[in-house]
Design a protein around this ligand. Sequence first.
Ligand SMILES: Nc1ncnc2c1ncn2[C@@H]1O[C@H](COP(=O)(O)OP(=O)(O)OP(=O)(O)O)[C@@H](O)[C@H]1O
Length: 248
Amino acid sequence: MQTSTSLAIDVHGLTKRYGGRNVVDAISLQVETGRIVGFLGPNGSGKTTTIRMICGLLTPDAGQGSCLGLDIMADAIAIKREVGYMTQKFGLYEDLSIRENLDFVARLFELPQRQQTVDEALQRLGLTARQEQLAGSLSGGWKQRLALAACLIHQPRLLLLDEPTAGVDPKARRDFWDQIHQLAQQGITVLVSTHYMDEAERCDSLVYIAYGKILAQGTAAAIVADAGARNLEDAFVKLVGQAEDNFA
Ligand SMILES: Nc1ncnc2c1ncn2[C@@H]1O[C@H](COP(=O)(O)OP(=O)(O)OP(=O)(O)O)[C@@H](O)[C@H]1O
């Protein structure tokens, strides 16, 4: 039996309603510390909304739970200090350099020894040589690397990555995933949403949602086997087809 202390995410019945519709509908999710969990589902299925409720950015209409042992309703501010949240749209200042962007984030978190912290962040992500380059002049892959450096600067224990590799070339995506695996080896938990099947295959386990509900979860191999499918993509097509009949 799993004890709650080994769960980085432990939420029950999370529900969010917009315009009279449950866009997230009673989702319960448990993620063990140090795991990489892929969060998949069609556009508009509720992934971003769920991620935002988990990290206290959005208040659920129903449900409860904890993130890193902190209550998602009562401890939202404390959660933000422990979580790195990377969105599809990189929230960086295009007219600031790489170094200035990281320094700005370090100030927001009121980190001590800012210069050293920024130096280390630059080094860890291979950004030192480009530190004076303006963020706006970077390619998608380098912007993504900077965004990851920014969301790691306060040494979070949990990374919530919302389609972090959208629009990034294959080499940069591969580098990014190598980085994610290194972080997980250091004990950081990762919940990552993606539409890419090759990325899903690199996760320890997967959660697949549609219409705001979890349709399948487990390892990629188990999901494929349970769906009687040839591969992950086929499994998801089957699952969403069945869900259309039930929920659409
Ligand atoms: N603030 C809001 N007001 C009204 N509707 C919203 C709001 N935020 C999200 N929605 C709706 O909720 C549904 C779920 O959106 P969400 O962004 O969580 O999906 P998603 O699975 O992350 O999609 P994608 O893969 O396209 O990023 C969508 O129909 C969206 O239009």
